[in-house]
Write a protein that binds this ligand. Structure first.
Ligand code: HEM
Length: 142
């Protein structure tokens, strides 16, 4: 069970990262290019939200199974969960704000800023992970 969830959580990061990058590119091009907010934009943002939340759920179960958390290693006990949940909150708020009002520029802007910040937090946390545990790499799989 632990090994399956660990692999799922490890691989799922790529889907989260790809969707976030895609959503941010769409939002930036919509915002700066003054484009309408399309159904396609809405779906990509929603999928990004769902994939981020799924990763959090897998992480939460893993939290109670991982020997690293059990061992009390600070990064795994506090920092990983804290930063990743913060990133998920940013994505949730960005998606919620993209639903408010009818100004397409404001919708694109909310996604670009909140998702962009979330991506930075996630990347920073994964980089921190590779520093705490040099056996792991940014583009690894376990
Ligand atoms: C967007 C959110 C998240 C991302 C992108 C993410 C990403 C990752 C990555 C890349 C790893 C290392 C996997 C490997 O070395 O192959 C990992 C491990 C881990 N994550 Fe997350 N994570 C997220 C959220 C969470 C949350 C919210 C929790 C806890 C509640 C969590 C708990 C864990 C644990 C316990 C491990 C270590 C598993 C082990 O090796 O024993 N993660 N995560």
């Amino acid at each position: 069970m632990y090994q399956i969830l660990k692999s799922a959580h490890s691989g799922w990061r790529y889907l989260v990262l790809i969707l976030l990058v895609l959503a941010i590119i769409q939002a930036l091009s919509g915002w700066l290019g003054k484009k309408p907010y399309t159904e396609g934009n809405r779906k990509v943002n929603l999928f990004t939200l769902i994939f981020v939340h799924t990763q959090i759920l897998i992480g939460l179960v893993l939290y109670f199974l991982s020997p690293l958390v059990e061992a009390g290693i600070r990064y795994w006990k506090m920092e990983h969960i804290g930063m990743m949940i913060f990133a998920a909150i940013l994505v949730t708020v960005g998606n919620a704000r993209s639903k408010k009002g009818d100004d397409p520029a404001a919708k694109h802007k909310a996604v670009a800023l909140y998702f962009g910040l979330a991506l930075i937090v996630i990347i920073a946390s994964i980089i921190q992970m590779t520093m705490v545990d040099p056996t792991r790499s940014f583009f690894g799989i376990s």
